[in-house]
Every structure is written in C-alpha cells, then in structure tokens.
Design a protein around this ligand. Structure first.
Ligand code: COI
Length: 358
C-alpha cells in the first residue's frame, strides 16, 4: 500500500463478474436513474481514510442511528466525465469539485477528502467503467461523490466516522424544455450565515416543498429570492442564474448564499473569452421586471453540472408573468453552451485544468 501525506492512496478493486451495461446506441436513461457497474467506498475513522475500495455497485449497510440520516451530516458533488471526439475520456474541472467538496466538509465538520484520494479514486472508477461513458454527442457520465457522517449514535456532535462514496451513471439532458420560473414570498433556499454556498444535501430537501407547490401550479421550478427581503435574485431551481440585460450578462455575485457553481464559473470565463461583458453583482427582481418592461431583458438561463445551460422561458413574480424572447433568439446563452460543448468534446482548446485525462 502506498501512502501520501498519511493518506492511503492505493485502492483495492473488486470488479463485477459481468457488466450490467446496456447495448451502445440505446437512449440515455432519465437523469440519475441508472448506475454504472462499480462504486468507490472509503471510511474515515481515527483521523485517517481507510478501507478505500472500488466494489460492484450495491446497497450500503447502515445503522438506523447513522448520524447523516438524523442530523443532515451529508454533502455531495456533481461532476462529469466526457468522451472526446477522438475517444479519450476526460474529467471536467475535477480539482474545482475537489476544492468545493472540502469547503462543504469544513462547514459541517466532516473530514476533508485529500485531493489525491478524490482524483485517483474517481479516475480509477471511471477507468474501470469506461464503457459506460456515452459517445460525445450522446451524453456524459455523471459522477456523484457523497460524504456523510456514519456515527452510530443519536448524540448531536461532529461525526467521528464518515463514509465517502462515489457512484456514476450515464446521463443525457436534465431538462427537456425551457423553464418557466416562479418566485416565492414565503420560502427561501438560503440565508446569510447558513449553508446556501455549500453542497449540503439538506439544502435540496429544504427546497422540496416550494418546488412541489410551484410544479402543482404549472411552473417548472423556483426563481429563488433572498430570505430577508425577498428582493434579490439568488438562484433558479438547483442552478445558478444568469440574465442578459441590455446586451450585458448579469449574475448574482457569490455573496455567501449562492453556490459557487463550476458551470457558473466556466460560463463566465467562456462568455468573457467570447467578448461579452459579465457582471457579478446583486440583482433585484425589480431590476429584472424593469428590464423586461423596457425590452432590455433578452435572455435568462440557469447553469449547473447536470443541466449545463437551461433556458428560461418565463418568470412569474407576485402574479405578474414576464415572457422572454423565443429560445431561438438566445444568442448569448447559445454561444456559451456551444463553446462549452466544443471544449468538453475536445473540439476547442480547453483552458488549463479544465479537462483532466482519465
Ligand atoms: C448538479 O447540477 O450537478 C446538481 O448538483 C444538481 C442536482 C442536485 C442534480
């Protein structure tokens, strides 16, 4: 076993005896519903990561007292592997995901995952399940690292033992059409001093009722406003949000209640590289409405790993519906998506560190 900085980096691999993979060419399944043959598992105990293994994808055996289940000690990441046009496998910006995972760890006092373990574990896992990565024009392999407190006690305290699990699965698109969003004066996703800027599993649970009520009224998802004044736009659904106002791209700045999305960062970089002006600053729903009234709101879109870029068709705020121009006229979001797709497929040079070979 090799050891780096006290971290066992060698990974025991138990391969499946027969793959469950479907025939190539079958359409990608609904997002997150099919998992590749293997998963990575590791345990943190007594200050060390141990029992690092890649095993056949299977159930986890957990005590009913597992602290993650009771006290929400669970964080995750969402990242992707792509097959380039010349048939190489790459991870998209994995270091960024590793850094963000560890930020999330620090916030909820879970043990950090050393970058070497994160990177090597995921590379080895994807290498083993390489046949599951769809062709570049069909989709990608979604990678879901999950870290949770595994203490077998109901006492409320930081976890003394934790589990790290990484599963993967082939995915196509996340949304099938442009999204109509609705704001809420009642619910909020995040608040100052809270956990909106990390990928805490509970953030998603806390947004479920608002989403359900919005969907019952025919909306696709939420346009989240700040918790205090219900005035500042923060995110949309499970994505960061962008507007195009008078030809300039505007997205909420990372104020502490907003997730620092890797796709958000990539889209900002790409748009600036394409020559567009991108402002990261507070933006109120009042400004969005005024821009719509004056005809200056030409685009709105969400960004995230799962969806990449999702166009927004309409925004409803306190009963008033703002309808946006047809998706066919979304010049800026389409240019960003096109460049992102080209980079991931290896058709356009990637900025340093964006594509990491498997
Ligand atoms: C992602 O875009 O990867 C996300 O984290 C959203 C999700 C919870 C599916």
């Amino acid at each position: 076993m090799t050891t780096t900085a006290g971290v066992a980096t060698s990974i025991r691999v138990t391969p499946v005896s027969a793959s469950r993979r479907r025939e190539p060419g079958t359409p990608q399944p609904a997002f997150g519903s099919v998992f590749s043959d293997h998963m990575l598992v590791a345990t943190h105990r007594d200050g060390q990561w141990r029992d690092i293994e890649i095993v056949p994808y299977d159930q986890l055996s957990l005590s009913p007292a597992t602290s993650a289940l009771h006290y929400g000690l669970a964080i995750f990441e969402g990242m992707k592997a792509y097959r380039t046009v010349d048939d190489h496998l790459v991870l998209f910006r994995p270091q960024k995901h590793s850094e963000r995972l560890n930020r999330s760890c620090r916030r909820v006092v879970l043990p950090e995952v050393p970058e070497a373990l994160f990177m090597e574990g995921i590379r080895e896992l994807v290498r083993l399940d390489r046949e599951w990565v769809p062709p570049s024009d069909e989709g990608s392999l979604y990678i879901r690292p999950l870290l949770f407190g595994a203490d077998d006690t109901l006492r409320v305290k930081p976890a003394a033992s934790s589990r790290f699990v990484v599963m993967t699965g082939p995915v196509g698109g996340y949304f099938s059409s442009a999204l109509n969003l609705v704001t809420s004066q009642e619910y909020a996703r995040a608040f100052a001093g809270g956990t909106g800027d990390i990928k805490l599993s509970g953030n998603y649970g806390a947004s479920m009722l608002a989403e359900k009520e919005a969907q019952a009224k025919g909306y696709a998802t939420m346009l989240w406003l700040d918790a205090k004044e219900h005035l500042y736009v923060e995110e949309c659904g499970v994505m960061n949000v962008f507007f195009v106002i008078a030809g300039k791209v505007v997205t909420p700045n990372l104020s502490g209640t907003i997730l620092p999305g890797v796709t958000r960062d990539s889209v900002i970089t790409i748009l600036r590289d394409l020559g567009f002006s991108v402002e990261e600053r507070p933006i109120t729903i009042t400004e969005v409405i005024a821009a719509h009234k004056s005809g200056q709101l030409t685009e709105c879109f969400g960004t995230g790993t799962a969806a990449a870029i999702a166009h927004v068709s309409a925004i409803t705020h306190e009963g008033e519906e703002l309808t946006l121009p047809a998706v066919g006229r979304r010049e800026i979001a389409s240019a960003a998506l096109d460049r992102l797709v080209q980079i991931r497929a290896g058709r356009h040079p990637a900025p340093e560190g964006w594509l990491v070979p498997i």
